[in-house]
Design a binder for this molecule. Sequence first.
Ligand SMILES: [Mg+2]
Length: 366
Amino acid sequence: MRIRSVRLDRVVIPFLEPFRIANGEVSKKEAIIVSIQTTDGVRGVGEASPMGGSFYSDETPDSTWKFLNEVLIPHVFTLPDYSPEQFAEYLNQFTHEPFARAGLEGAVWEAYAHQIGSPLYALLGGKRTDIPSGAAIGLFDTIDELLSRVEKFLHFGYRRIKIKIQPGWDIEPLRAIRNRFGNIPLMVDANASYGIDRDVSIFNEIDQFGLMMIEQPLAKESFEESAELQRRLQTPLCADESAYSFEALEKIIELRSAKIINIKVQRVGGLYNAKRMAERAMRAGMPCWLGTMPELGIASAQGLHLASHPAFQYPTDIEASDRWYREDIISPNIEVEPSGVIVLRNWGADAAKISRFSIEEKVFSA
Ligand SMILES: [Mg+2]
């Protein structure tokens, strides 16, 4: 396969409500939609989806746009024939801008799936077509606001509830949720906002709530401290920010810094790298789940196909389209069944919606 032309659309879509985590807040979703046509005339669409603002990652919508325009797209026109795996390996020679690489690679996977007439999940080693989904709930000012969100998402059927925590917003919300909703599948995500020595008593208290896991309590590079914390606690730790590359994953496995891994396709530069990491974690006895930041429907749909792989054993963070957006850019929308699963569908990019939300576009030819 080879790419003959690429079209980039930079889209901005407002969130239904701002998403607040320990290190910042976003109110709109920015993404770059990458539409390709191959030399055989097959189309594929991907999504490069860095978070707006720069609090979450070094890469931003601006840096991703620039890298795609100036480096990556001119480069891929020079490549010989490739499979999606070979294409991903070619892109891996660039060690930065994972979001840009993930967007282009997603388009290639989709085109390849169309070309050979296979569902994407099967190409990625997936087995199941119903993917358990969990709800992720940001920070709020009051316990009542939090509880009303938890109630709503439980009502929709989500298989687990994850709440964001930070120092000062941890024990009280957990106690309130356990009091109101009992022993529901519950986990917390600290987004690296705690210190191993400073927060000893908080960790000991959190450990009493019977949580599924504590996601990323310590700083991204705190591999050894995290291993020490895991030895002290019953609750499994989950590496998220720390699991930023294959090499970082090797460190987590070697030191036993966590028991569970959150794999994010965009952060690690695409489906191929994410799959390799998940399979490596599985071999090391560490179950994974598929996280989001969140993305729009195109990247979410592709993530769901990957989450079909047996290495992903906990519910994904990918939620229904209408959890985040009044309008998503795929058809049909992603929906959560009352049983809390998302059934894999033949999702496709909605060109009319993409052009409606597009603020900038560019077309390239080989
Ligand atoms: Mg997280």
